[in-house]
Design a protein around this ligand. Sequence first.
Ligand code: URA
Length: 433
Amino acid sequence: MRPQDLIEKKRDGKELTRDEIAFLIRGYTRDEIPDYQMAAWLMAGFLRGLSDAETQALVEEMLHSGEVLTHDHVPLPKVDKHSTGGVGDKTSLVIGPAAAACGVAVPMISGRALAHTGGTLDKLEAIPGFRTNLTLAEFRDMLARCGISLIGQTKEIAPADRKLYALRDLTATVPFRPFMCASIMSKKMAEGIDGLVLDVKTGNGAFMRAYEDSLKLAEMMASVGRALGKRVVGLITDMNQPLGRWVGNAVETREAIECLQGQLDGDFAELCLELAAQMLLVGGVVTDWAEARQRIREAIVSGAALEKFRVCIELQDGDPRVCDDLNVLPQAGQSHTITAAQTGFVSGIETDEIGRIVMDWGGGRRRLEDKIDYGVGLYLHAKLGDEVQAGAPLVTAYYNDEARLAEMTARVRAAYQLTETKPAAQPLIKKII
Ligand code: URA
């Protein structure tokens, strides 16, 4: 078998066999197939499509490209949550500790910022000292001691995805259902979980912008997970505006801790309550939805969830004082409030552009090796449906690179669409499958 024959086969729209997919994934993981050939195959797959059988084969090959963990030493249901990527999405920092405080073990392996979307790892690493590169032994030990461990992808777990994820990012092949399904499910199935809650974003800040595409992605991932014997729930959630008020790294960590401190208003807290409740249901800790929501709410209001996060931070070498003193987080040196140029209702926000503004100002990375400026962030005074007067605050920017202020101000203003009529409110959670 030669890679070029499999590129040709996919280029011509033919279906690859299980053995052929295995040849590609194993060869690429072992560095026997070079990036340029894999990139060509990815683009051929992107343009020609993959069958269900090819997708299942891809998931299983990527899953078995490394270790598949088990956690028999932890006598609790193991449940994780995964989001397909959005802007302002810091739910993992809240729901992991909240679900763990309610009796679910959460072995969470997260990613870094990708394209315009943020990454949980970068938000955690904004906490001084926090170490996400635990060894697998440390990861498993943490899970037993604390009920939650938050780490990044390791070279042992789904190494095929580690390489492919970076290659897809550079070859414009990220927003394709079979690749996203294989990427997400291979990592998640290797974590040693019994169940998974999927948060599939839809809208102008998501990789899948159209609702129908997001629904199909959720269904594809759920059926792949269920075929592997896991309990899977998928939520289709709105990403037509950033989640919560803050976009950045340290600023989102701040917002997550404020939520754990009991600030339960707004879309961000609402999504946290729902996702964490679904984790309890998937884990079988409770069977009733209202009770699951109540348990999570109580875990937050009582401080138990914040306490869980504090222990997790401490065990992962971070500074736990952050739970009481948010000034421990890195802060940008400058701030500037951008005001509305006209009066109107906010009827649209270019969510991906908001993510790109933060990235371009230093809060994200263009390449994996780029350094992040953790303090950079935007605070959104106005969200969809809000009425703003000309001259009223739209967004406050926190930054270090003063030279880009004029450009960024123009970009923020252009990302907001103001109209005379109030737009109809859209549900945050569009469907649960
Ligand atoms: N998140 C992932 O883990 N993989 C993708 O392909 C997209 C989002």
